[in-house]
Ligand binder design. Structure first.
Ligand SMILES: [Zn+2]
Ligand SMILES: [Zn+2]
Ligand SMILES: [Zn+2]
Length: 428
C-alpha cells in the first residue's frame, strides 16, 4: 500500500516523478516497501544469504542447484517460491552463473508469468517503465543482445513461455528497463549485496543534492526525507556517487540513465574547484592510479595496496590537498588496507584526514558520512581515545537518526557504542 503522503506527477523536463502531498520533516519515513523482485549480487553469491542478504560464515546450499545459499531453514523456505523455477535454470547453466541483470530479469519474468495484471498495486507498473532503447548507442544495444542470448540459454526449455509475456515486454526491452530502473541493495557497510526492482520507487528522479535517501534493511527499502520538504515539492534521490565532479556525474548519468543532469549543483559546477584542488598534473597521476588500486582492494592484496597508496600520498600531499576527491579516495583505500593489516594507528591518521572533506561534500545528512564517522569512531575507541570516540559516535548518531531512523540495526549499533564510551569515560 502506498502511503498518502506522496503522489505521482509529471515533472517538467523529467517525465514521471513523485512529489510530496504535505510537508515532510527531515528524518520522516516517506515510504517503505519490499522489492517486486531481487537477487543477490555476484560478488556475494557465496558469502551472503540469498533470502535475507545477511552475510554469514556457515550458509547451507540448495541441494538442487548448489548455488543458492541460506543462513537458516526459514530463509530457504521463504525463498523457495522465487527460487523454484530459477533453481532449474541455475542447474542448467552450471558452472556458469549469469550476470545480476539476467538473474534479476529471470525472476521478474517468472513473476510476470505467474501474476495477473490486477495483482499490481504499485503506482508504476513494469510496462510503464522507460527502456530508453531509442537513446542507446549501438554498442550498448549489442551488449543487451548478448545478455539476451545468455537469458535464453539460462531459461532453456522455459524459453517458449516468453511469448506469454504481456505485449511490448520482449526480452530486450525488459532487459533495458531493468538496467535503467533497478536499485543496488546496500548493507550497513554500504556494500552492494543485491539488486532489486521497486517499481514505485523507479518514479523518483535524480538530483545531485537530493532531498531523500534510500536505506535498506535486508531487502526492505525505506525512503526518508533528509531535509524539510514542502508540499508539492518533487522528491529526489541521487543515482550516482556525489564524490565526483559535475562533469563526471553528468557523463555517468548520461551513459547509464540517458539524461543530462540540470540540477543546481551541476549547472553551477558547485564544489568542482574543491574537488579538483591542487596541482593538476599531480592529481591526474593520482586519478589514473585509482583503478589499479581498486583492483588490489577487490583482490584483498592489502600489503601492495598500502605500499602503493602510501607512496602516492607521500609524493603528492604537499601539492594536492586532502579535499581533492582523488586524494580522498586514496585516503579511504589506505585506511582500508591498514585496518585489514591491523595497523589501527595509521588507519586512524588517514580516517581523521578524510573527515573534514567528507563534511564539506556531504552537507546534508548522508549515510556515507555516517559510515565514515562510525569507522573512525571504532578506531578511536579501540585505541582508547574515548573523548574523540564519543565525539565521532555522537556525530554519526545525529546523521543516522535522520538517514536510518532510530530503529535501524546500524543506529542501534552506534547507540550501543556511544553508551559503552560514556560508561568507560565515567570510570576514568
Ligand atoms: Zn537468511
Ligand atoms: Zn536451487
Ligand atoms: Zn546534477
Amino acid at each position: 500500500m502506498m502511503a498518502m503522503n506522496i503522489e505521482r506527477f509529471v515533472s517538467e523536463g523529467k517525465g514521471n516523478g513523485l512529489r510530496a502531498l504535505r510537508e515532510l520533516k527531515a528524518g520522516e519515513v516517506i515510504h517503505s516497501c519490499e522489492p517486486y523482485a531481487f537477487c543477490i549480487a555476484k560478488d556475494f553469491l557465496k558469502t551472503a544469504c540469498h533470502s535475507c542478504l545477511q552475510r554469514g560464515e556457515s550458509l547451507s546450499r540448495c541441494s538442487q542447484c548448489k548455488t543458492a545459499r541460506y543462513c537458516s531453514v526459514q530463509c530457504q523456505k521463504q525463498a523457495w517460491p522465487d527460487h523454484k523455477r530459477e533453481c532449474k535454470c541455475l542447474k542448467r547453466l552450471q558452472p556458469r552463473i549469469p550476470t545480476d541483470s539476467v538473474r534479476l530479469l529471470t525472476r521478474i519474468i517468472f513473476k510476470l508469468l505467474a501474476q495477473s495484471e490486477s495483482d499490481q498495486e504499485d503506482l508504476y507498473s513494469i510496462a510503464e517503465h522507460q527502456s530508453h532503447l531509442a537513446d542507446m548507442s549501438e554498442e550498448k544495444k549489442e551488449g543487451l543482445r548478448q545478455l539476451c542470448t545468455t537469458l535464453q540459454l539460462y531459461l532453456g526449455e522455459e524459453n517458449h513461455d516468453l511469448s506469454q509475456l504481456p505485449p511490448g515486454l520482449d526480452p530486450i526491452s525488459l532487459l533495458a528497463r531493468v538496467t535503467c530502473n533497478c536499485f543496488s541493495i546496500s548493507d550497513g557497510e554500504l556494500q552492494d549485496v543485491g539488486v532489486g526492482l521497486y517499481p514505485s520507487m523507479s518514479l523518483l528522479n535524480h538530483d545531485c543534492q537530493p532531498n531523500c535517501v534510500m536505506i535498506f534493511e535486508g531487502k526492505r527499502l525505506t525512503l526518508r526525507a533528509v531535509r524539510l520538504i514542502r508540499p508539492c515539492e518533487e522528491l529526489t534521490i541521487s543515482y550516482t556517487d556525489i564524490l565526483a565532479t559535475s562533469k563526471e556525474r553528468r557523463s555517468h548519468l548520461q551513459e547509464q540513465y540517458h539524461f543530462l543532469c540540470q540540477c543546481t549543483r551541476c549547472t553551477t559546477e558547485d564544489k568542482d574547484c574543491d574537488m579538483l584542488a591542487g596541482e593538476k598534473t599531480a592529481w591526474r597521476s593520482l586519478r589514473d592510479a585509482i583503478p589499479h588500486l581498486e583492483q588490489l582492494q577487490s583482490e584483498q592484496r592489502w600489503e601492495e595496496l598500502l605500499k602503493e597508496s602510501q607512496a602516492l600520498l607521500h609524493r603528492y600531499t604537499d601539492v594536492v590537498p586532502d579535499r581533492n576527491i582523488y586524494v580522498l579516495r586514496l585516503l579511504d583505500l589506505a585506511m582500508d588496507a591498514c585496518i585489514s593489516l591491523d595497523d589501527y594507528e595509521t588507519a586512524l591518521e588517514y580516517g581523521n584526514r578524510a573527515l573534514e572533506p567528507y563534511k564539506l561534500y556531504y552537507s546534508d545528512p548522508h549515510p556515507s558520512r555516517a559510515v565514515e564517522l562510525l569507522r573512525v569512531g571504532k578506531l578511536q575507541h579501540f585505541l582508547g581515545r574515548l573523548e574523540e570516540a564519543r565525539g565521532s559516535f555522537t556525530q554519526a548518531y545525529d546523521i543516522m537518526k535522520v538517514t536510518h531512523g532510530t530503529d535501524h540495526v546500524l543506529t542501534n549499533e552506534v547507540r550501543r557504542k556511544l553508551s559503552e564510551c560514556q560508561a568507560e569515560l565515567g570510570q576514568v
